[in-house]
Write a protein that binds this ligand. Structure first.
Ligand code: SF4
Ligand code: SF4
Length: 147
C-alpha cells in the first residue's frame, strides 16, 4: 500500500520531510535572468524554451530560466548518491521553505515560445518586422460590389 504523504506539521519526532518526497528539489535548477525589456530579450528567451524541458517563470518581479533535469547523483530511491560530498548549494538547502508542498504556481509562467511572444506583444511597443520574419501573406483582394 502506498505510504501516505504527511503535511509538514504532521511529521513525527525524528522524521524528515525528505523521507516522503520524490526529491523534487534535485530534478531541476533555476537561474535568475535579466528582466526582459526589448524584443531581442524576448527573442532570446523564446530560444531558451524552444529547447524543451525548459521554462521561464517570474516570482516577485524576478525572472528565472527553469531547466528540468534530474541530477546525475539521484538514486532510484530518490536519495542522493553523493551525500557526503554533495555541492555546497545542496548543503545550504533546507526543508524550511522547500517545494515539498509547493503547488508550482508562479506570478508568470511561460512554457512555449508562443506564450513569450504574446506577452511581449502585449507589453512592448509595436516592433518593425525583423529581417528573418517572413511577411504575413497578403490578404486576397475581394471585388467591391456596388448596387
Ligand atoms: S528538501 Fe524538500 S523538495 Fe528537497 S527532497 Fe527534501 S522535502 Fe523534497
Ligand atoms: S548532488 Fe545530491 S542533493 Fe545535490 S542535487 Fe544531486 S542528488 Fe540532489
Amino acid at each position: 500500500m502506498a505510504r501516505k504523504r504527511p503535511s509538514r506539521d504532521q511529521l513525527k519526532p525524528g522524521e524528515v520531510l525528505c523521507q516522503y518526497c520524490t526529491a523534487k528539489c534535485c530534478r531541476y535548477f533555476a537561474l535568475q535572468i535579466d528582466t526582459p525589456t526589448t524584443w531581442d530579450d524576448f527573442d532570446k528567451m523564446r530560444w531558451y524554451v524552444m529547447h524543451g524541458r525548459t521554462a521561464i517563470f517570474v516570482d516577485s518581479d524576478v525572472w528565472y530560466l527553469l531547466v528540468y533535469a534530474d541530477c546525475q547523483n539521484l538514486q532510484a530511491d530518490h536519495r542522493c548518491g553523493l551525500y557526503e560530498t554533495r555541492p555546497q548549494i545542496c548543503r545550504d538547502y533546507t526543508t524550511d521553505h522547500c517545494e515539498y508542498d509547493d503547488d508550482g504556481v508562479y506570478d508568470k509562467f511561460f512554457e512555449v515560445p508562443e506564450q513569450l511572444w504574446e506577452y511581449a506583444e502585449a507589453i512592448l511597443p509595436q516592433r518593425s518586422r525583423p529581417k528573418w520574419q517572413p511577411a504575413s501573406p497578403a490578404l486576397p483582394k475581394l471585388p467591391i460590389l456596388t448596387v
